[in-house]
Write a protein that binds this ligand. Sequence first.
Ligand code: NAG
Ligand code: NAG
Ligand code: NAG
Ligand code: NAG
Ligand code: NAG
Length: 631
Amino acid sequence: MIVRILCFLFAVLLTANICNAGVPSSNSNEQAARAFLKEASTKFFEYNDNLAQKQFQMYEDDSDEEAANATYKNFFAKAKLTVEIFEDSKKFDQSKFTDPELKYVFENFKKSPGVFILGEENLSKILQSLTLLEELASDKDIPSYHNKSIDLAFFPDIQEIFAKSNDPAELKYYWKTWRDKNGAWATSYFVKLIKLLKEAAKLNEITPLQLWLDEYNITEMENVMTQMEPFYLQLHGFIRNQLLKKYGDLVIKPKKPIPHHLFEQVLAQTWTSGSIIDDKYPHKDLPPYDEILKQNNYDTLKMFKMADGFYRSMGFNSISEEYWTNHIKMNSNEDEGDCKAMVFDESPNVYLRYCQKMDFRKFLQAHGYMGEVYYAREKIDLPAYYFDSYGLEYPVGEAVILSASTPKHLSSIGLVTQFRFTDEVKMNRLLRMGIHTLLNARVYFVHSKVMADLFAGIVDITDLNKRYWKLMEKYVGVAPPNNRGPDAYDFPFKFYTSLSANGNEQASKFMGEVLGYQIYEKLCEISGQYSKSKESEPINNCDFYGSEKAGEALKKMMRLGSSKPMREVLATIFPENPTVNADSLIKYYTPMKNWLIERNREDNVSVGWRHSKKKISIVTNYDDEELVPLK
Ligand SMILES: *[C@@H]1O[C@H](CO)[C@@H](O)[C@H](O)[C@H]1NC(C)=O
Ligand SMILES: *[C@@H]1O[C@H](CO)[C@@H](O)[C@H](O)[C@H]1NC(C)=O
Ligand SMILES: *[C@@H]1O[C@H](CO)[C@@H](O)[C@H](O)[C@H]1NC(C)=O
Ligand SMILES: *[C@@H]1O[C@H](CO)[C@@H](O)[C@H](O)[C@H]1NC(C)=O
Ligand SMILES: *[C@@H]1O[C@H](CO)[C@@H](O)[C@H](O)[C@H]1NC(C)=O
């Protein structure tokens, strides 16, 4: 178990924008600088390949302590190398460079060491904090509501209860008990982590906010939120009204924020039969996707081969048989919960590990993971210091998933053939997708914003819970089910598990969602499957499978890596407006928005909410004892 967790953390950590390797030179001329970069790149790729192989190996056997130790060793070796090269790069007099590209590379060197600059001892404390926070979800320490002698874990036990139970008292109990049990404990590790990250920023001579946000722009994200707001208000009003019908006005008020435990249930039930829209569009009317996969003799390998076929159809170079054998493997260890695949893509020598679970969700996700593999392979000619791609592999994967999940695609690949996708079925699908996307995007933003406020010094750590609820009310329209005391930090477990040392997973998820729709629309246009002027068919059934033109557009972007600023990279695919915005997302869900407006009018639903009266205290109670460094 611990090995699995550490693997995850390493992968997250290593997605940082890190360059370099090499031998210093006192010579400040440009030729020496170029030689230095070349050597640094070679060495860095070598270390990355080494580490990727070790991580890949670790999945062969969960109890292989030797492999875990080797991974640790490689990880710290890489950290040390990174810092050494960073120091060496300072020996060049950058002010004398005339080549703008050289200036650009060295400018970016400044942020290269990230948390690695902390050194082994403090770095290992970061890993330890992250590991312990990761365990929040899997520890069985919450007494069952119905039988206090049974202990449950958040994932999967409580998550399943949230999807199934219709007892608001039970949901509230788990909401509160999990937070009471974990709040103070999580807080102490969270606080330690924040301290260390601030320390790293200081050593890097950048602000903590710069370290945390990296290339993400919180103002731009906020603009996206504003753009989505009218649509979200309609969805929020609809959800609150449905919950009111389901649970009554003792539990939920028609003009107040939605109690958070019920909001969490709405998310947990999106794709199940208890969902908020089941009285209008029953879950059972959707195609039985999981069954269909079984009937078509799918196994996990076949899922990934089908996903691979999508990219090949767009003209990407096929992956060789040798590659399938040695670089892409199923975990041999036991399947745990909602196991996730892992891509080790820090060099063109990319590796992929997937787990044994097989269902429709995993089938779609496979398209995202294969996207990461193809993205890394397209960057084969780039040096290590350009190899990062601003997290753009996620929206690319999202765009392909949107295409792969359309009724059109599923019919055309012969997977769903006996099923008629009526307008009702299409709306059923669209509503569930929309609920999932919109609710999550709002939450990802709040998580990003609260951390940005913390690192910018706008709020103190003791005020963080107050701030969190203020933002949750403002942007999501939810409130805690009861007053929150001085030892409550109420972030959900997903917030903690997506923390990483110098990556910002929540911001990248937000960007992945929003940009995913932008890329999808663009590829639909390029492939001729959708035209802005014709509006013949709604965009949400467009499938760009088989379009080499769309493939070319993607490749052009992929091959740039981070050799240009993010906006310029985006400009290859969005020349007319290379910003992150919600236009495509809103267009995609237009039928849903119209439907919501209509329902809300019929039901006399007033949208928006008044302030919550719940009291949130300043947090004062948390353990501040020192961590013992890992060896
Ligand atoms: C792994 O490292 C730990 C701590 O350094 C050590 O106690 C253990 O013996 C090592 N295990 C193996 C198999 O090398
Ligand atoms: C509660 O769970 C324990 C342990 O599984 C079991 O022995 C006991 O019978 C259960 N009690 C009730 C009331 O179901
Ligand atoms: C580790 O970080 C702390 C701050 O959290 C700092 O005081 C300490 O000097 C650091 N230790 C090392 C070995 O750098
Ligand atoms: C962030 O985005 C806003 C809005 O698009 C823009 O005005 C601003 O210049 C951006 N900031 C940075 C640092 O790029
Ligand atoms: C909405 O309000 C109108 C006018 O007050 C009323 O006739 C109608 O019955 C209401 N509809 C619902 C579902 O409450």
